[in-house]
Design a binder for this molecule. Sequence first.
Ligand code: IMP
Ligand code: MG
Length: 180
Amino acid sequence: MQGSIERILIDRKRIEDKVKELGARISGDYRGKNLVIVGVLKGAVVFLGDLVKNIDIPVTLDFIAVSSYGNTTETSGVVRILKDLDNSIEGMDVLIVEDIIDSGLTLCYLKENLRSRGANSIRICTLLDKPSRRKAKVKVDYRGFEIEDEFVVGYGLDFAEKFRNLPEICVLKPGEYMKQ
Ligand code: IMP
Ligand code: MG
């Protein structure tokens, strides 16, 4: 697996420090509220697991899985819910946790969809943001790192379902895309 990696973009220490910082901000902002964290499967799982350990206020967790029609590295904007939330979010303060915002189309759809269910508030927390690729306007409330237009894997992010278990955020060797 390491042989497929061109370089480490963000190492463990930088990720850990950033996750602590985000956890502290979220804890402060949501004190006294009804916080529910909605993780977007599967990419956000590793980030979410570390993030919630750094949140020191009551919080509940729920998950949603979406897929966008289209090829593997581009989003089409047509989003389909593969697994819906288990619980109602009516009256709740929802924080959507994502691995990366690229075109913004997935989150734009999700935010509207969750808003229509009567949440009290909806905010977005993403580990990574590629602003240069944006097609839909989305307000990012909590952002880990802004990155260039490069395809990254690791720390939950995949290429063709692989590399999610890498502890760092890495750039793949260009040849890896050709093998698929
Ligand atoms: P968007 O709708 O284009 O913002 O799509 C965001 C989704 O595309 C993320 O949740 C990821 O699943 C996927 N994605 C976008 N860029 C990358 C990347 O560099 N590595 C891995 N997955 C990515
Ligand atoms: Mg994703």
